[in-house]
Design a protein around this ligand. Structure first.
Ligand code: ZN
Ligand code: ZN
Length: 255
């Protein structure tokens, strides 16, 4: 992202929010199909889809990245590995050996059968106290397999703590960050990659929710107008701000 978020006085942000709601209402009067709807944000609080010569507006985007960033990230990860003598490789090697030789990997598989989410360690029970209402209760599983897993997991954690202490001493590193230390060039290379490989400016995750084309003023919000809202290029003079929104409304076709 090339733009920098600047701190804008609260009264200016309030003015922007009010005007965005008014603009949404005006779009809704022209074409209700273009308006986004929700519950908490109020009737015209979600913005609308509109693009003309004067401005662009788009509601908050709920989906995933559309610029291929995730794929580029996975490709980088597949092409780059920690060096064999890196702290991280040593740590992973020791723990993989432990999981195999202590039988932990097997116990873990038996307990979760592939479902290592919180749900996998829970017993769930569903009840319907009245028609149309379903209540689900979750209790930690207390079967023999789970008990064995808890014992094995405690033992593994103790072993892991000892490995952290040993490796941190060997590599002269602090205990803080002991799970993620890297002593090769993987980490600096990754940070350098991230710096120049963000989401592209045309990614749906990055595009502003409102942009006034002539001034470059851009606004982003989270879910609905006013919530965690940020603006760039907005005039601090209220009259200039109102003039921008007047121009936007005037650019709409007659209702
Ligand atoms: Zn993206
Ligand atoms: Zn490394």
């Amino acid at each position: 992202m090339t733009e920098i978020e600047v701190n804008i006085p609260e009264r200016v942000m309030d003015e922007i929010a009010d005007n965005l709601v008014i603009l949404t209402r005006e779009i809704d009067r022209r074409d209700p199909e273009k308006t986004a709807h929700g519950f908490l944000g109020g009737e015209h609080g979600y913005g609308a889809h509109w693009d003309n010569a004067v401005f662009t507006m788009r509601p908050y985007y709920w989906g995933d990245c559309t610029c291929g960033h995730d794929e580029r990230e996975a490709a980088w990860d597949a092409a780059n590995k920690h060096r064999d003598d890196c702290y991280q490789s040593e740590l992973r090697g020791i723990m993989a050996e432990y999981d195999r030789d202590s039988g932990y990997a097997e116990i873990n598989r038996a307990a979760f059968g592939g479902d290592e989410s919180v749900m996998g360690g829970m017993d769930t029970q569903e009840e319907s106290p009245m028609p149309g209402v379903m209540v689900m209760t979750m209790t930690p599983r207390r079967d023999k397999v789970m008990d064995e897993w808890r014992r094995a997991h405690d033992k593994r954690r103790k072993f892991e703590d000892e490995v952290y202490a040993k490796l941190c001493a060997k590599h002269r590193l602090s205990r803080y960050g002991c799970a993620v230390h890297c002593t090769c060039d993987y980490q600096p290379n990754w940070q350098a990659w991230v710096k120049v490989n963000g989401h592209r400016d045309d990614c749906e995750l990055v595009l502003p929710n409102f942009r006034h084309k002539a001034s470059g003023m851009a606004v982003r919000w989270y879910k609905y107008i006013g919530r965690d809202m940020g603006a760039t290029g907005a005039p601090e003079d209220i009259n200039a701000l109102v003039a921008i929104f007047r121009e936007c409304i005037a650019s709409l076709p007659a209702p």
